[in-house]
Design a protein around this ligand. Structure first.
Ligand code: PBG
Length: 325
């Protein structure tokens, strides 16, 4: 490489055309998945105060939002259900007429095969204790939870989900879900595994949206400690061995190194979840006039793609698709 003054890096930055032509990373609407919440027994969509611009949907407003996302070229949605009835076993999670199942069917019927409808697969929105699995005393019991996860997966696939995304961080969840899906004739339904999901402080706004905050304790007994990256690689390796079709790192911004490590190690389809706290912090800063929302949000999405994500789950999906049009 030559050096200054024969080499001047600024030459390729001089015009917007040159900058665009030499961009190493691109973000397209087709790289983005929008998380959406559908709530049972809601007559009007309900704004989520901790996540400006987002709300809990009725079945009707959900389908309308899905159509608007599809029209903007967004790849698809990740759907969460908020049921009216919660119990210790989270029985509504796998009810054939459960709110999530009805939402999945509504979206699929309306939007067809060009739009990807992903079902979040977890128990915390459905249990009265708010934990992601069945309890044994105050502990979340791994193996009995797996059996329920299998049932949820089958009900979601039957309702039309294009993909299921287990987010509970139980050991062996991908393998047991794969087995349950295959036995029920859903061998073509892929699994997007939340492989490295950290016990994060950035989920706060989401817990209001999904109404799934733990009623005692925390999730540190099943989600990953923020200090560890080798552990994330082991989690991703296990999930791939158990049949995951794609892996995920979550949250995104504090874990870009983990995302890069997972992508480099496995060269596997990889998603990142740009979570609620990351979204709401940015919006709060923009509302105060301290940062420019558009520039900062596109920079965030670019950084997640640059770190190795093929797909980004983001609350900025709709706006970003408009900005990128
Ligand atoms: C629960 C779940 C959470 C998120 C997605 N699924 C919260 C949690 O683990 O407490 C967080 C998403 C976000 O913050 O945007 N299974």
């Amino acid at each position: 490489m030559s050096s200054f003054p024969s080499y001047r890096p600024r030459r390729l930055r001089r015009t917007s055309g040159l900058r665009r032509a030499f961009a190493e990373t691109a973000v397209a609407p087709s790289d983005l998945i929008a998380p959406l919440f559908v709530k049972e027994a809601l007559s009007e969509p309900e704004p989520i105060s901790s996540m400006p611009g987002h709300g809990q949907h009725t079945l009707e407003s959900l389908v309308k939002e899905g159509r608007e996302l599809a029209e903007r070229g967004v790849a698809g949605v990740l759907l969460f259900g908020v049921p009216s009835h919660k119990d210790a076993e989270g029985s509504q999670s796998h009810h054939p007429d459960g709110i999530l199942q009805r939402g999945l069917t509504g979206l699929k019927d309306e939007l067809g095969d060009d739009f990807v409808v992903v079902a979040d697969l977890c128990l915390c929105e459905y249990t009265d204790h708010g934990h992601c699995g069945l309890l044994d005393g105050e502990q979340v019991d791994n193996d009995s939870t797996l059996e329920v996860y299998g049932r949820i997966a089958v009900s979601q696939a039957s309702a039309g989900a294009d993909m299921v995304a287990p987010s509970g961080m139980m050991d062996g969840q991908v393998g047991s879900i794969r087995k349950a899906l295959d036995q029920a004739g859903h061998e073509s339904t892929p699994i997007l595994a939340y492989s490295a999901k950290y016990a994060s402080g950035f989920y706060g706004p989401f817990r209001q949206a999904a109404e799934g905050a733990p009623q005692f304790g925390d999730r540190k007994g099943y989600q990953q400690p923020p200090e560890n990256v080798d552990e994330a690689l082991r989690e991703a390796e296990l999930d791939i061995a158990e049949g995951a079709d794609a892996v995920m790192v979550k949250p995104a911004l504090s874990y870009l190194d983990v995302l890069r490590a997972v992508k480099d190690r496995f060269a596997y389809p990889t998603a990142a979840y740009n979570v609620s706290g990351e979204y709401s912090m940015l919006i709060a800063g923009a509302e105060r006039g301290w940062i420019d929302e558009r520039q900062a949000a596109l920079e965030v999405l670019t950084s997640i793609r640059r770190a190795g994500a093929d797909l980004i789950i983001t609350y900025h999906a709709k706006k970003a698709a408009e900005w990128l049009a």
